[in-house]
Write a protein that binds this ligand. Structure first.
Ligand SMILES: Nc1ncnc2c1ncn2[C@@H]1O[C@H](COP(=O)(O)OP(=O)(O)O)[C@@H](O)[C@H]1O
Ligand SMILES: [Mg+2]
Length: 209
């Protein structure tokens, strides 16, 4: 039996797969993901949703963010924490938000304390990922930014729904999981909604895969 690839090898393979997608495939993926997300009951109930701006072949959330604004939801984007290394802050984001570029060359809102939304003020966190498995485990780019930032969230009822956003080619049978990894509650890909905990009756769309 071949040895299980390690996290670094998996990241390389899965990042290459998503970067190889054509712009037409990326466009279709963005539309399909927005559709599946807006069918989730958690979306209907949500007031504040964290998104991200796509990088490195990640699914584009632009159509989703536009739909959020049409539905009068508040949206935020992650910003690199200025003092706590490898932590994220989440800042309010709309089409008029003044932006800057961070050290990864990703656009983020200019830091303003008045625009910070705490994690527990969110209803949904849409997280990019490099790989996911059937159990909702998430492999990120390797910085542990979401793991660190989410570590303080209480396990109780009032936590936001953690939604992993991925292309279908990011799925693997089983990821190697570390003690600090925070799994997703739901994963949404162009093919539909993946998660065994999340039952069909909780959604308005039957598109479970
Ligand atoms: N809650 C945490 N506290 C401290 N360090 C953490 C925490 N979560 C992750 N890390 C560190 O971040 C690094 C990257 O985490 P990893 O899970 O491999 O990345 P990713 O989640 O981006 O795939 C690891 O070396 C890990 O020790
Ligand atoms: Mg991790």
């Amino acid at each position: 039996m071949p040895a299980q690839p390690n996290r670094r090898e998996l990241r390389q393979t899965l990042r290459a797969a998503r970067n190889a997608l054509t712009s037409a495939a990326q466009h279709d993926a963005a539309q399909a993901i927005a559709y599946h997300l807006t069918c989730l009951e958690a979306y209907t109930r949500a007031h504040t949703i964290a998104g991200y701006l796509a990088n490195d072949g990640e699914p584009d959330l632009t159509p989703m963010l536009s739909q959020c604004w049409r539905d009068n939801k508040h949206t935020t984007l992650p910003v690199l924490h200025p003092f706590s290394k490898q932590h994220l802050l989440f800042l309010r984001y709309c089409s008029a938000t003044a932006m800057t570029t961070n050290r990864f060359n990703i656009a983020e809102p200019i830091l303003s304390c008045a625009d910070i939304q705490l994690l527990n003020q969110h209803d949904m966190i849409l997280m990019p990922l490099v790989g996911f498995d059937k159990k909702g485990n998430r492999l990120g780019m390797g910085g542990g930014f979401y793991d660190r930032s989410l570590a303080a969230l209480p396990a109780g009822d009032k936590r936001p729904v953690l939604v992993g956003i991925a292309h279908d080619c990011q799925q693997v049978d089983a990821l190697p999981v570390a003690s600090w990894d925070i799994p997703c509650d739901v994963i949404v890909t162009p093919a539909g909604v993946h998660n065994q905990k999340y039952t069909q009756s909780q959604q308005s769309s039957p598109q479970m895969v």
